[in-house]
Design a protein around this ligand. Structure first.
Ligand code: PLP
Length: 358
């Protein structure tokens, strides 16, 4: 098995597993919100994790743990007022439209350029919204948005800047100029089932989940110390290895591009995270390719869109027609991918495509 689906999820780092196991024992199951010794020990572990996660985020804000980045994005956009966003955003943002509209808010989706990047100029002259939402690194094609320019334009409109940094956090720096940041543990070799929203001091939000008042009453529900500790450990490793991981990924990118040189790259070649290689080949039958390369775990389009039969909304936003969009594959790789495995997978994929006569 060669795993090339890093944008969908990543394997647990050994350090994260170790940190989690400590909070799954017979004597360490305390509720972090309980006042007794076991509870306080669990709360201390959550605190450490919160600091580890915050170390990769701007100063002047706080980390609220959530069940996923989807929840973090929903929390950021819940009754937030008018929203301006971009066509290549994740469904966790775009699908908030119906709720926003039902509550009488404007929810406008702006186009992106042909290289897949959101453009700050698209915000100029817009009726001021309360929130501008733009992702840092696109999950389908790996393109990096000009977040500082978009945040500056958002602030000129008097709006709060929400950044979906799920694919960038732990890999590239999060710009200081944003006001809300959504992240997810399982994309950085942490556990599934935990995400976070970073909130700049002074930004006011409404709770999506009400109850016991945890997380400053913004996100009620008992926290899992094991999940928090796994997230924290994964963030700490990412912080330590950020340059090493990026260099490894750049090396992998060159190797894969060499083998797949006849394939066309989707999205900007220059402004991108190189652990995401989204390619198309005219006439390719992607479903057949995936079933023929059974030992290689890779995606056609995004994991969220796959199976729906609909062409990817991201590739469509780039101006690809539905037929072109459906001939695209996504190879995602990173820290634990070896050059040999990647080369072997790329050769298998290219050979299987040739077998199809494309
Ligand atoms: N935003 C982006 C860019 C993503 O890639 C994902 C996950 O695929 C999400 C949001 C949602 O993250 P989660 O799986 O934590 O809900």
């Amino acid at each position: 098995m060669i795993y090339l689906d890093y944008q969908a999820t990543t394997q647990l780092a050994p350090e994260a597993r170790e940190a989690m196991l400590r909070w799954l024992g017979d004597d360490s199951f305390g509720n972090p919100h309980s006042p007794h010794r076991m509870g306080r020990a669990a709360a201390a572990a959550v605190d450490v994790a919160r600091q580890q996660v915050a170390a990769l985020l701007p100063p002047g804000g706080r980390v609220v743990f959530t069940g996923s980045a989807t929840e973090a994005l929903n929390l950021a956009l819940y009754d937030s007022g008018d929203v301006l966003t971009f066509a290549t955003e994740h469904p966790a943002v775009l699908d908030c439209e119906r709720h926003a509209r039902r509550h009488g808010f404007r929810f406008e989706v702006l186009p992106v350029s042909a290289d897949g990047r959101a453009n700050a100029a698209a915000l100029a002259g817009q009726r001021p919204p309360q929130v501008v939402a733009a992702m840092q690194v696109n999950n389908e094609i790996g393109t990096i948005n000009p977040i500082p320019a978009i945040a500056a334009a958002a602030h000129d409109l008097g709006a709060v800047m929400l950044c979906d940094a799920v694919q960038g956090y732990g890999r590239i720096a999060i710009p200081d100029c944003v006001d809300l940041v959504a992240i997810s543990a399982h994309k950085i070799h942490g556990p599934k089932g935990i995400g976070a929203l970073w909130i700049r001091d002074g930004v006011k939000l409404f709770p999506l989940i009400r109850g016991g008042g945890q997380e400053g009453a913004l996100r009620s529900g008992t926290l899992s110390p094991a999940l928090c500790a796994g997230f924290g450990a994964a963030a700490a490793v990412a912080a330590q290895r950020i340059d090493e991981d990026a260099a490894h990924v750049a090396m992998l990118w060159d190797a894969a591009r060499d083998v797949l040189s006849r394939w066309t790259l989707n999205g900007s070649a220059e402004h991108r995270w190189k652990g995401n290689l989204n390619l198309r080949l005219a006439g390719l039958n992607v479903n057949r390719l995936i079933s023929e390369c059974r030992g290689v775990m890779f995606a056609g389009g995004s994991a969220c869109a796959s199976g729906s039969g609909r062409p990817s909304h991201v590739l469509s936003a780039l101006g690809l027609d539905p037929a072109e969009a459906k001939t695209s594959i996504r190879l995602g790789f990173g820290r634990y991918t070896s050059r040999e495995d990647l080369l072997s997978a790329c050769r298998q994929i290219d050979a299987a495509a040739r077998e199809q006569g494309v």
